[in-house]
Design a binder for this molecule. Structure first.
Ligand SMILES: Nc1ncnc2c1ncn2[C@@H]1O[C@H](COP(=O)(O)OP(=O)(O)OP(=O)(O)O)[C@@H](O)[C@H]1O
Ligand SMILES: [Mg+2]
Length: 353
C-alpha cells in the first residue's frame, strides 16, 4: 500500500544504524543514523569495504562473515565498535544475510547504540540540574543587589557629612567594595534581554572571537580553524553567541598560559539528540585545546557557578556560557584529559521534536 519512498523515509528516520554490504562486502547503503554513527556522509562511506569501514573492530567483521557462511541471522549484544578518531561505542548488532538474485552474499547490518539512551538520560539530568542552579543563582544575585544599592547610597551620604579625611577612607572602602559586588552580581544575573534572533554566520562569530583572544594572548598562542564550509546559517543572537564562545575560548587560552594550540571546529550532525529532543540538523562547534586538561576534581562541576581552578577566577564563565546556549535550545558538553580538552557546543538548526 505504501510507496517505496515511504519505506525509504522510515529507514532514514530509524535511530538504529542500517547498513547493507554487497557480495563483495562493499557498503552499498547506509541510513542517516549510520552516517551519524560513522560521522561521515553516505556518499563518502558507500563503496568502502567492510575491512576499511570496521578496520578496528575485527569482532564485527567476524560476525558479518559468520552470517554469510552460516546463512543465518547473527545477533550479538553489547559489542564494542571502535571507529578511528571517535570514542568507542557499545552497540547491539544484528547481521542478516540477504539473497541477491538467489545468491546469499549481501548482508544487512543493524547497529543499535546502547549507550545512546544513557547519554540522553545524562544530558536531561544535566539540563535540569543546570536550570535549577541558574534559577537559584539569579534569585540570590537579585536579592543581594537590592540592599547593596541602599548600602552604597548610605555610604555616599555619610561621606558628605564627614569632614575627617582618614574616616572618608572607610566610606570609600564601602563604596568600592559595593561596586565590586554589584559587578559580580551583574555577571551572575547574566544578560537580561530577550535574545534578538537573526540569521548568523557562525564562522564570522568564531573569527571575531578568535581575533579577540589572539589580541589578548601573546604570539605563542595559535588558533587553528577547521570550519565546515557547508554549514548552514543559524538563527541566534550574535552578541550572546560571542559571549558564550568567548568564555570558552578564553578559558582554553588561560589553561594554555598563552602557549599552545586551540582548534575551532565546526560540523553538522544529522538526526541528533540534545537531551531528549531529537533534531534533524544540529550544529556542532568544538573548541579543542592541547593544554593540561581540567583538574579531575573539578571535571564534573565546571558548569556550576563559583567553581574555579584559577586563583583569580570567579567561576562564572562556563555557567554563563551554558545559560546563553540553553537560551538557544542548545547544550555545552565537555571532555578532558591531559593534552586534549574539548568543549562541544550543540545548537539545533531546526526546531523539531
Ligand atoms: N580548556 C580548559 N582547560 C583546563 N581547565 C579548564 C578549561 N576550561 C575551564 N577549565 C577549568 O574550569 C574552571 C571553571 O571555568 P569558568 O570559566 O566557569 O570560571 P573561571 O575561568 O575560573 O572564572 P571566570 O570565567 O568567571 O573568570 C576554570 O577555573 C578551570 O579550572
Ligand atoms: Mg572562565
Amino acid at each position: 500500500m505504501h510507496s517505496e519512498k515511504f519505506a525509504e523515509q522510515i529507514v532514514e528516520h530509524l535511530s538504529t544504524a542500517v547498513l547493507v554490504f554487497n557480495t563483495q562486502l562493499q557498503l552499498v547503503f547506509i541510513n542517516s543514523a549510520g552516517e551519524m554513527l560513522f560521522a561521515h556522509s553516505s556518499r563518502h562511506l558507500c563503496g568502502q569495504s567492510v575491512h576499511e569501514l570496521l578496520a578496528n573492530s575485527e569482532v564485527m567483521v567476524e560476525l558479518l562473515a559468520a552470517a554469510i557462511t552460516s546463512e543465518q541471522v547473527v545477533i550479538q549484544r553489547s559489542c564494542l565498535l571502535e571507529l578511528p578518531g571517535a570514542s568507542d561505542l557499545r552497540v547491539n548488532g544484528t547481521f542478516t544475510p540477504i539473497s541477491d538474485a538467489g545468491v546469499v552474499g549481501s548482508v544487512l547490518v543493524e547497529l543499535h547504540q546502547i549507550d545512546h539512551h544513557l547519554r540522553i538520560e545524562q544530558e536531561e539530568h544535566l539540563i535540569n540540574q543546570q536550570q535549577a542552579t541558574h534559577a537559584l543563582v539569579r534569585g540570590l544575585a537579585h536579592e543581594i543587589k537590592n540592599p547593596l544599592g541602599g548600602l552604597r547610597g548610605a555610604a555616599q551620604l555619610l561621606e558628605r557629612e564627614i569632614n575627617d579625611e582618614p574616616l572618608k577612607e572607610y566610606t570609600q572602602i564601602i563604596i568600592s567594595e559595593a561596586d565590586r559586588m554589584q559587578a559580580l552580581m551583574d555577571r551572575m544575573l547574566g544578560p537580561n534581554t530577550v535574545p534578538q534572533l537573526q540569521a548568523v554566520n557562525v564562522h564570522e562569530v568564531l573569527e571575531h572571537v578568535r581575533e579577540l583572544v589572539l589580541v589578548e594572548s601573546g604570539d605563542s598562542l595559535t588558533i587553528d580553524q577547521d570550519y565546515d564550509p557547508s554549514l548552514p546559517g543559524l538563527q541566534a543572537d550574535p552578541d550572546l553567541l560571542i559571549q558564550a564562545l568567548l568564555n570558552i575560548v578564553r578559558n582554553a587560552a588561560q589553561a594554555l598560559k598563552g602557549t599552545g594550540t586551540i582548534r575551532l571546529r565546526t560540523r553538522v550532525q544529522r538526526n541528533f539528540n540534545i537531551g531528549s529532543r531529537r533534531y534533524r540538523l544540529v550544529m556542532c562547534i568544538e573548541v579543542i585545546d592541547n593544554g593540561p586538561g581540567i583538574d579531575p576534581v573539578l571535571q564534573k562541576q565546571v558548569f556550576y557557578p563559583m567553581i574555579t581552578g584559577r586563583s583569580d577566577g570567579a567561576g562564572l564563565g562556563l555557567s554563563i556560557a551554558q545559560a546563553l546556549i540553553s537560551r538557544h535550545h542548545g547544550l555545552i558538553e565537555c571532555s578532558s584529559q591531559p593534552g586534549e580538552t574539548v568543549f562541544t557546543i550543540l545548537l539545533p538548526l531546526d526546531v523539531k521534536a
